[in-house]
Design a protein. Sequence first.
Lengths: 276, 706
Amino acid sequence: MFTAAIFDIQRNSYADGPGIRTTVFFKGCNLRCAWCHNPESQSPEPQLMFYKNKCTGCGKCKEKCPYALESCTLCGKCTLYCPHDAREICGKEYTVDQLLREVLKDKTFYETSGGGVTFSGGECMLQIDFLEEILKVCKENGIHTAVDTAGHVPYEYFERILPYTDLFLYDVKCYDRDKHRQYTGVGNQLIFENLKRLLAAGKSVWVRIPIIPTVNDTAEEIQKIKELLDLYGTPEKIELLPYHAMGEDKYMAINREACIFSVPSAQTMENLNQIL
Amino acid sequence: MTERIKKLTELTLSGQMYAEPTQTVFDQADLLLPKQQMESKRICEYILNQEPKLTEYSCLTGFFNFDGSVVGDAFRRGGHKATQEAINRFYLKPVDNLSTMEWQHATADYAKILNKGISGIIGDIDESFKIHDDAEQVEFLLALKRVANALIAWAHKCSERALKLSSTVENAEHKSNLKKLSEALLRVPENAPGNFYEAVLCIYLCFSADPDSVGTLDRYLYPFYKKDMEKGTLTKNQAAEYLQELFLMLQAATKVTSAYFTRGGESHFCIGGYLPNGEDGFTELSRLIVESMLELPTYIPQVTLRWTKKTPREVFRFMLDRERKDPHKRIAFQNDEKRIKCYTEICHIPFEKAVGYTTVGCNEPAFLGAIIGSNSKINFLRSIETVFHKKAGLIENAQTYDAFFDVFKKELFDDLMLAYQYDDFYNKQRAQDVNYISSLVFNDCIENAKSLTQGGGNTVVASPMCLGITNVIDSLCVVKQFVFDEGLFTMKELISALHANWHGYEDMRTLILKKGKFFGNDDDTSNYVAQRLYAEMYDFLKDKTNLYGYHWLIGDLLGYNVHHKWFGEHTKATPDGRYSGNMLKFGLGQSEGRDREGLSALLNSIAKVDPNGIGCGSTVTNITLDEQLVKNDDNFEKTVDLFLTYFQNGGVHFQLTYVSKDDLVAAKCTPDEYKHLRVRVTGFSDYFVKLNQAIQDDIIARTEQT
């Protein structure tokens, strides 16, 4: 039986595709985007998150922990008894049936609004066996499916899910190859190649570009991405998503330092949108 | 908005359109007359001693207020001595921490008035004489006839005053309006109106007989609107003006110095909904009513859209769009599918009559020409308190949830029966007064020769408001999940924790609050518990009626008063994590962040809870939304679909507030800076800073949905 590590299921999501959707966030990612606002999504393993700013030092966690916080087996007892929500375990294994049950809960909302389910992450394509299976059963249940991916996986993975995926939300970070490697940890050649093949296959694709000041917020950068997309065959939609710093607390919670960028101005977003 | 309406709006909002009562001196020899004769004679004298509120800008007039010196209308209950005595003893005064008397709302049968005029109603009285020979009933009918004739005479007096004023007015249009008014008042409401203008004038004047709700306004006015539009004798703009003048009167009916002046619940009506022929009733006139009403910067009235499966999405969207743009929060939403099912199947009201319901007050159901049969408030959580604090011995060894539930169920139903006995008692107190003027305009009082509050009317439901339903569901969830399903603590430990008001059991309480499967999360445990509770209540109540034979339903709204606080103060700690003395929740929904799965989960839980519809009494669901969900047009379309699905799934009601929790907290601390912050409260809307602290806290505790 397949299982997948999921770190969040967000019902009533308006942001990840058409209509009202349930967005399922898979844990584990093969990119390390410097601006990532879900740093807890990167490791495929469950992990303990500790929000220092919420902790009052009451000591309840230590009292309940079988190892007095000296070591951690991710049993979660400290999270159950922390009165201030300062501790939480991120990541839970789901079977296909369990996940389908969650997805089906809002089926009537999808039907009225033209919505459905979006598999996101992390990088959901890394758990391709599970993803293929859950997409298949979603389609069997008449649910519109979307896959949100950064595209840095073998194209065979796409081929496996093409029959069951109605829409791809495809992240394009940077045209400049060096910058892409510098800020995400991987090159962009495979990503662009996969996008090209996906569009050639005639699939519905929404390209989403995060706008990160000092990285890709120039007209030249967006222009080049636009030209490339014109060559590949126009996607249904191109969305520019302004950077936000809402992930800062989460970096602290997993004991990592956040890389902070400035938030692009409304004017910058308007100018860049003009190019599209 | 026309200049004329602008002027009337200014006068209304500054309190100058209030119909100040004229004091009337009565002949003391009246006291020797039989009671009904004396009381009705004085009402007539009082009415004819009033002066109509007329200005140079008036196209309508004839509304008057009672001052308590005679038996007035059945809504405000001025001069109702027995009711006053009952109010002194039981209104805002909880009995046994279980029940307290509340006000009753109603809506006159404007369709009947427009159909036959007061002369036709007098004809009905004459017919009723033929079938009643009991002396008291005959006296009652004679009294009604006396008052009906006084209303006709009052219209004639208003006519005379309008004519007189017209002679002093220079503006030709205004002069012409007043002359037209004077002529019309000689015809209506004595006779059935012949056109849209006269129909609105009838409602305006007859609102004095029960100054509460104008009911299904778009329905009974539509034939007049349609006929005049087709004939070309009325324009849309003229119709809007007459409607606006009517709405301004509804606002002006409350004194500007009263706290109720800014509270929408004082006059609440419906548009749309099923027609007797099974079609959806939203028309061009319904749209005009909403547009013209929202153009006015007033607080009263408030309007509810009755949605049906046949309502076009565009209409639902139109209403939500107007709702998001209305700073005074005057629009709410009601699901006919659920309500009509309840009224036909549980209350055995024929479909043709059931579709005539409207919402009055905060959100009480009343049929056109009828009163809401009961309105008392019940402490629903007392049954949980009794089980855990007084009869713990009966549950401490329960081996299964079912065994525990049986003990609880007995307490709950015992409480409900006791509360319903109290409710009947309040009604009996009220029944000692005779409602002469209101009984004229309500269904069947004439035919039954019986006063409105004595059970004279038919097609009535009885819906006391049960406060704390969500507390009860959550308490049951905690027992099921932690004691029986997961075994994380025993019943004895839970009982000990509650007896200690959680002191020394803080860990247990933390665990409950963090991991509790509470109502609103659309999970198997809370859905099962909630649905079973409603199913049991349905089985228990479906064939039960109050002393007048009106079917009992369950309601859950609060009203203006802080009953949830009083009941809470005297209710000990409960398993949902509530401390002794904390207030109860009202309405069917969730708060304090216990609904963790988002808005669709909350709406699913609510929509699924009561498939039979026993909860279709006075019910509200208040949702606080992040403004971004409606400000951005893309998001707004999704929000329209969200609430549409909620109704399709079986939700009964919703109304919205858009404000952040931070704003509410700030408003509480620095009210001067948030004077204009308007919120949905229970079934009405009001300025947040004017609310008392208990209601402010309740609104702050609602979960903000993103």
